[in-house]
Design a protein around this ligand. Structure first.
Ligand SMILES: C[S@@+](CC[C@H](N)C(=O)[O-])C[C@H]1O[C@@H](n2cnc3c(N)ncnc32)[C@H](O)[C@@H]1O
Length: 590
């Protein structure tokens, strides 16, 4: 415990830093050496979880404070350590023990108004129909099998065994294959309670806890042109992952390259049957020192060191700023593809503490988004300047147009035009042709409908069962003409394809949704399993049915809500259009 009197000192500090500096919680936690009491350590799990939980409740806490002049009565403005104040109010109103531990002046200020705080909290919850204290969207637990270390069916067997051990009710494990991403498994959200980052199977790199949407980026880069496309006769094909830490997409990229190179390596075999060097190198750039260490650790976990004669892909971590990488450096002469997944606002991560803040700040951090957008544009144009690169994936986990369509549109319009097909254009990744949600046309980006249709968007708040995500695939014009539009089917041997069987989870539960790629998430520390429906017999089908029944009610409710939301959005856009038309007419009239 800290030498400070409050057991919430570290949590309060972390939250205050976040509120004042508008820095992401994760980056504060990772860079916290020297700021917390224990100089060598980042915040412990309990502290991080408390902050996450507090942020999750921040909107309702503010609502409570705004009622009946409570903000003033408590003396909110006079408190410098707002983080600590919020954490204590959370503990009192929504925490496990509904009380504040320790002592101190802030606690005394709060306790004076305890009754009224509780009364207002009850009223707010009642006003939201008994929901709304925790804003938590639940979606399946996605597991990417790391095919560099493990075979899909072996992973399924291991997971089924683990699943059975967890479910005392002896239900048959619900495990499906994802319909869009090969080697991605879909488990119920409840699996997050036993499948987390501390789990042995995750730690030894056999599987990766990675959201489905975040798998789209590497997939589009490797399979965007379609299966069977013969690029050219050149065998070496290197990649750059421009912003790599913590390394989930880098390792996914390596796994996809490894399995796609297939027979090409035959041609590089020497006469004695051995290769001297890998067919492909992935240069994984990371600018931040602390995150570079994480990247190195992750790569050690995920990428096996094989004897040289077996390795088709080498991953080289590069501790450097990608913007300083010289596109004409001969080392990058064989780099043909770049994955650019730069720092972004993270506004798409549905259960991220940083998204909960978006609501509280009422999207006022336009400046921050603009500066991110400026950096993203510079990085994308830098990627486009590598002479031998002919394909780029630019992705973000942001939902803001400024960081997505606008960046792509500006980059396309600002890079040099050329007569010989060296121009860049958007292409719809063939491997994701069945993904329905596409980019936004018009708007600040000004993309045409056909350009926007090339883009992939995910929206976790509109039923996609993923985090919000954006993927664009850009190719040199001359390359686009040579591609074969054939998509490889998802191999679902031995495992059924997921078709929304877990989509009933919603509202307040003890469960935390599948987290993002991040290593630390409240979900990893705080969940407790729901009882899956007990069912006789053990066939997957039977279980599917009972699962569906168990969740049918809430699924219906959710669908109704979604339908209502869609209708509202439609009405709104019609209103805006009519308003726009009226404005143009009156301008003309004038
Ligand atoms: C969104 S994260 C990347 C996540 C990663 N692609 C994954 O899937 O695991 C962005 C990363 O890029 C790094 N970064 C930002 N600007 C950079 C630059 N100019 N050069 C290299 N790395 C950079 C950040 O430190 C951060 O670790």
């Amino acid at each position: 415990m800290s030498k400070n009197s409050s057991p919430y000192h570290d949590a309060g500090w972390l939250l205050s830093e976040h509120l004042q500096k508008r820095r992401g919680l994760k980056s504060i936690a990772f860079d916290s050496q020297g700021n917390l009491n224990d100089k060598r350590k980042a915040p412990d799990k309990a502290t991080y979880a408390t902050v996450c939980k507090t942020m999750q409740h921040l909107a309702i806490i503010n609502e409570v404070l705004n009622a009946n002049n409570l903000r003033k009565s408590i003396g909110f403005d006079s408190v410098r350590n707002k983080g600590l104040l919020y954490v204590m109010i959370y503990e009192l109103l929504f925490g496990k023990y509904k009380s504040i531990r320790g002592g101190g002046k802030i606690k005394r200020m709060i306790i004076k108004h305890e009754k009224e705080l509780r009364r207002q909290a009850d009223e707010c919850i009642a006003k939201h129909g008994g929901e709304g204290a925790e804003k938590c969207i639940i979606f399946p637990r996605y597991i990417r099998v790391n095919t560099l270390r493990e075979k899909k069916l072996d992973a399924v067997d291991t997971l089924r065994t683990m699943f059975r051990k967890q479910s005392e009710d002896s239900v048959a494990p619900f495990i499906y294959a994802d319909a869009h991403v090969p080697n991605l498994l879909v488990l119920p959200p409840t699996a997050s309670s036993w499948l987390h980052h501390d789990c042995e199977y995750v730690k030894n790199g056999m599987i990766v806890l990675q959201d489905k949407s975040s798998c789209f980026a590497a997939l589009a880069l490797v399979h965007g042109l379609g299966e069977g496309t013969i690029d050219d006769k050149k065998v070496r094909f290197d990649y750059v992952d421009a912003c790599a830490a913590p390394g989930n997409k880098t390792s996914h990229l390596a796994a996809l390259i490894q399995s796609s190179i297939g027979n090409i390596n035959q041609s590089t075999k020497k006469k004695d049957g051995k290769m001297t060097e890998p067919n492909s190198t992935v240069y994984a750039f990371e600018r931040s020192s602390s995150r570079f260490n994480i990247l190195q650790e992750r790569l050690k976990q995920l990428i096996p060191s094989l004897p040289d004669d077996c390795t088709k892909v080498a991953v080289v971590p590069v501790h450097a700023d990608f913007l300083n990488a010289d596109p004409l450096d001969p080392k990058f002469g064989d780099v043909r593809a770049i994955l650019l997944d730069p720092s972004c606002s993270g506004s798409g991560i549905v259960n991220s503490p940083d998204r909960w803040m978006e609501d509280v700040h009422d999207n006022k951090d336009a400046k921050r988004i603009q500066s991110l957008s400026n950096f993203q544009l510079v990085a994308l144009k830098h990627a486009m300047s590598f002479p031998n690169v002919d394909r780029i994936v630019y992705s973000t986990c942001s939902v803001h147009d400024e960081e997505n369509e606008a960046v792509v549109a500006k980059a396309l319009s600002e890079v040099e035009k050329s007569e010989d097909g060296n121009d860049w254009e958007l292409m719809a990744p063939v491997c994701l042709e069945q993904w329905p949600r596409r980019g936004r046309e018009g708007g600040i980006g000004g993309l045409t409908k056909s350009q926007a249709d090339c883009l992939i968007r995910c929206d976790g708040l509109d039923g996609d069962e993923t985090n919000g995500f954006f993927v664009s695939f850009m190719v040199r014009k001359k390359l686009a003409s040579g591609c074969i539009n054939k998509r490889a089917p998802i191999d679902s041997v031995g495992i059924p394809i997921y078709k929304g069987q877990f989509s009933g989870f919603s509202g307040r539960t003890n469960f935390i949704a599948s987290d993002s790629d991040s290593k630390q998430s409240a979900g990893n520390y705080a969940s407790k399993p729901i009882q899956l429906n007990k069912c006789e017999g053990s066939s997957q089908q039977k279980n599917d049915n009972s699962f569906a029944k168990a969740n049918g009610k809430s699924a219906k409710k959710r669908d109704k809500k979604l339908e209502w939301k869609r209708k509202q959005a439609l009405l709104k856009s019609t209103r805006i259009k009519t308003k726009g038309k009226k404005a143009t007419v009156s301008k003309k009239d004038a």
